[in-house]
Structures are given as structure tokens and as C-alpha cells.
Design a protein. Sequence first.
Length: 121
Amino acid sequence: MIRIDHVGVPAHDRLEAASFVTRVLDLGNNVSDDGRFAAVRVDVTFTLDFFDAPQVEPMHVAFAADDVTFDRIIGHLQSLGTSYGGQPNDSANGRTDHPLAEDGVYFRTPDGHLFEVIRRP
């Protein structure tokens, strides 16, 4: 068996980046900081480990969410004033018409990473 354990995510400020992601993805107060990494537990086996980096190369990270969580994420994006969109090349059109799923959105984190959330009932 093999599974993804964590993904290292460069950030200008690891704690700020981790906090933003927990708010948008509705992960609660779920940041563990050891001084090098601000880890966000996404599920039982997977974390996003944010680390401070002088330069950040944007990356793409995708998530699947159930109906209730997907709707909450849209609400969080709206309440935070974060642009989102249904297309990877138009992540600010305010739509959820995803090219490969029933519904989905792309949004940029403050560090420029392209995060994607698709609805998986």
C-alpha cells in the first residue's frame, strides 16, 4: 500500500498561509506549528505542511468535498472576499462549472497557489 502522507507548500508566511487554508476549507483550528512547518491536517492521513520560503513557485493542489462541505467552502470564499471560478485559467469568474466534475472551483491562495475543490457526493 502507498498513500500520500503530506505535501510541502512554500509560503511567504507559513502560519498565515495555513490559517487561510483552514478557514477556506472549513478545517477548524487545525494548525500544528513546530517552528519549521505549519501543518494543516486535511484528513486522518494527510497534511499540508506550509514552510517559509523566500521565493514561492505556485503549485496546484486539488481536493474533493462532499455536498455540504463544498457549499460551506463556497460560503467561506465569498465571506473572505476570495475570488473563485470554475475554470483553471479563469479562477475569478465566480462560477462553479468545472470542466471535469459536476461542480468545482479554483481559487488562488495569497501566495499564488492554485487550489481546486470539486464536489464529490
